[in-house]
Design a protein. Structure first.
Length: 371
């Protein structure tokens, strides 16, 4: 009996000495309630709002280049001058022809009036009066042609002064003083790109069209341009229009956004990520997307850490996932803590050691909407 008692005593001591289950370290984050912008994300290319290749409209020699590469030009600024002398001569000739024809016109007018009077008196034949009137009308037409020729000569003379048709940045120079230019030259003399404002053309999947159209009709939708890595905000603008067709090959449609670009942060042909804000969900309950787990039959759940540092399984309904955050329809409350790292080690009732997660909620969501 003594041996048995001794054995039981040792067994009880061993049981009492068995260590408690070790708490599993996990990353946790707090469930929050806040306003969340709902975004659509697309890939875009910066496009000059206006691009103009400046060409000569007359033939001649460039006698002056009045711009620098890269300068900012305003509408009407003088950019280059074509030798105006041939066009000045043409204008003088047209004006001299007008003076000559005006003299002939005045003589023909007087003859027509005199012959008409004499014909009424029967002194000259009616045929002579008709011929005089026809000659008078012929010179009247010549006067009109001379005036048109003068206007044309003045127009060509004006074309010898090449001015900026739009405000923008001047590109690399394509001509030099002394070059002969022609009205049918294909390359032009220079290219001006309008930088303020500037446009971004981007694409979205056609599935987003029906959600976008009513919100666009209701008001202006804000748009933001982000860097190639989608981390740095470059500029903010607004949606201007949607293309009138869907590309059947890609299942996408094009949109055009406009940016003031006062700081010249956007440059033509630059690649950007575009975030289009559809709406703002007020007082939405949000949790890190990494906290949401998939269960059987596509159910979703999360591990919630209780006040006793144990993990409990909670069924969760997700309204939508945007970037790194999930908007919660039901199942979680603001202020609760959910596990974002280490879920593979857990089951209901597991003791955990909460640690601050690197996957906590930032102040903004930043990716395209995924319903």
């Amino acid at each position: 009996m003594a041996l048995l008692a001794g054995g039981c005593s040792k067994s009880n001591s061993a049981a009492k000495a068995a260590p408690a289950p070790r708490a599993i370290p996990v990353g946790v984050a707090e469930v929050q309630q806040r306003d969340v912008p709902i975004l659509l994300q697309g890939l875009g290319t910066v496009t000059a709002y206006n691009t103009v290749t400046v060409r000569s409209r007359v033939d001649g020699e460039i006698v002056k280049v009045n711009f620098r590469e890269g300068q900012e030009a305003k509408v009407g600024d003088l950019l280059a001058v074509i030798d105006p002398r041939p066009f000045e001569v043409a204008l003088a000739q047209a004006e001299a022809t007008l003076v000559r024809d005006q003299g002939q016109y005045n003589t023909a007018r007087l003859n027509a009036q005199r012959d008409a009077t004499l014909a009424q008196q029967g002194i000259v034949a009616q045929q002579q009066a008709d011929q005089s009137r026809a000659l008078y009308e012929q010179f009247q037409g010549a006067i009109d042609m001379d005036k048109a020729a003068i206007q044309n000569a003045k127009l060509n003379l004006g074309y010898t002064r090449i001015t900026a048709p739009v405000s923008g940045r001047v590109g690399l120079r394509l001509i030099d003083a002394g070059n002969i230019v022609h009205a049918n030259d294909q390359n032009g003399m220079l290219v001006i790109t309008q930088m303020e404002p500037i446009a971004v053309v981007f694409t979205l999947p056609e599935d987003n069209l029906q959600a976008l159209l009513p919100r666009m009709r209701a008001g202006t939708l804000p748009v933001e341009a982000f860097s190639r890595d989608d981390r740095t905000r470059i500029a903010g603008g607004k949606l201007e229009t949607i293309d009138n067709q869907i590309d059947p090959n890609t299942g996408t449609f094009k949109l055009k956004a406009v940016f003031d670009n006062k700081d010249r942060a956007l440059w033509p042909n630059q690649f950007v990520n575009v975030h289009l804000q559809l709406e703002t969900r007020k007082n939405a309950v949000v949790a890190p997307a990494s906290a949401i787990q998939r269960g059987p039959r596509s159910s979703t759940f999360a591990y919630v850490v209780g006040s006793d540092s144990t993990a409990q399984v909670r069924d969760v309904q997700v309204a939508l996932t945007q970037g790194q955050i999930a908007l919660i329809a039901s199942g979680l409350q603001p202020g609760e803590h959910v596990v974002t790292d280490g879920q593979e080690k857990l089951q209901a009732g597991t003791k955990v050691e909460p640690q601050a997660s690197q996957r906590g909620l930032s102040q903004q969501g930043s990716a395209g909407e995924r319903r």
